[in-house]
Design a protein around this ligand. Sequence first.
Ligand code: FAD
Length: 400
Amino acid sequence: MSLIFDADKCTACGQCVETCLFGVLRLEGENLVIGEGCTLCGACVDACDFGALSLPPDMGEGPSPRPEIPPDGIWVFAEQRHGELAPVALELLGEARRLAETLQVKVSAVLLGAKVESLAPTLLSRGADKVYLLEHPLLAAFLEEPFAAALTALARQYQPEIILAGATYAGRAFIPGVAAALKTGLTADCTAFSIDVEKRLLQQTRPAFGGNIMATIITPRTFPQMATARPGTFKPLPEGYQGDGQVVRVDFDPGTAASRSRFVATVAEIKERVALSAAEVIIAGGRGLKEAKNFRLLEELADLLGAALGATRAAVDAGWIPYAHQIGQTGKTVSPRIYIACGISGAAQHLVGMQSSDFIVAINKDPDAPIFQVADVGLVGDLLEIVPALIQEIKKSRQE
Ligand SMILES: Cc1cc2nc3c(=O)[nH]c(=O)nc-3n(C[C@H](O)[C@H](O)[C@H](O)COP(=O)(O)OP(=O)(O)OC[C@H]3O[C@@H](n4cnc5c(N)ncnc54)[C@H](O)[C@@H]3O)c2cc1C
């Protein structure tokens, strides 16, 4: 598939060349040359005032030609695990209600699983007008393919205008597959939504370029508009919403999705000692710890302070600590009263997850480490000396 160019309409104004973020377009004399690497993002199509550029006809369509107002409003994927709703499902229902009031549409929750019908009343009282219920033994445990197949089939049948899901392990795993199957766009990891009322567009805001800017993304050409959102970002509604109260049971035919993956077992994640999201004090370790066993030092300090343990992606990737502890762009966002960063350089992707902490202490042997720019107190030195000394001091002062 490639960009379609109509040379008769082109005036060689160069507007498309300036707009192309990928440097794919260039003018040779009065001729437009389309080079390698076009992503079909469509920016040049929008920029051309003369209609000389267009996208191939077999893209830009959702599951069916986009109706002016898609019939089924806003959907929220009601993620559940072992029969317990993920908090983000209720958070997104609250946000969906706010968006639905602007768009004047209904909100539906999509509940996939086996024997999960008992969760429907909670969804209805927390903001859903309707619950689509798909129960099947294959949906008992989370598997990407059957979940993607189920949500795709449902979206094709009922045609929602917007689909929202949590940017959780499950959401990140299968929602892109649904967007691809529906041939529509997806904005991952959003932290804010709003509506362009005139164009009925969902404005999807998320951190970009390592958290240095907030980008607002729209999906103007395809439908449904799809986004995942960071857990903990939106507020759930209190119980008591009274909408249509409808539960629509839908049959699910897993088709080929059943044969390609198989559920083997659930391995319980190693639990955080104190939940990161609720912790008032966090001790976080990075590559400066040098090896896994040095996390024990941080654990000892954390136990003394009643703190939670955090980590950088470098420490997680090294296998020193499970992913549940990762803080940053692709981990958790935290804002404790005290954040103690040990052997952490302060990369933008880490800072974006912790820089709203009230008081930041940084221990690093490099005086130029960027973490010191956000720290309230900086200790320049070897953490393998400073942390044990801190532990001794705390123990001593407690004995006294
Ligand atoms: C798309 C993307 C997403 C990412 N998401 C995340 C994310 O969610 N979270 C995250 O953390 N990172 C993330 N990263 C990685 C990020 O860019 C950095 O690579 C990572 O944060 C670095 O981790 P670090 O500070 O532990 O290691 P380093 O950058 O290697 O820093 C180690 C620090 O330890 C110090 N040090 C070494 N020895 C000692 C000692 N004995 N005593 C004291 N100090 C010492 C060094 O001076 C150095 O400053 C992401 C990257 C990308 C590209």
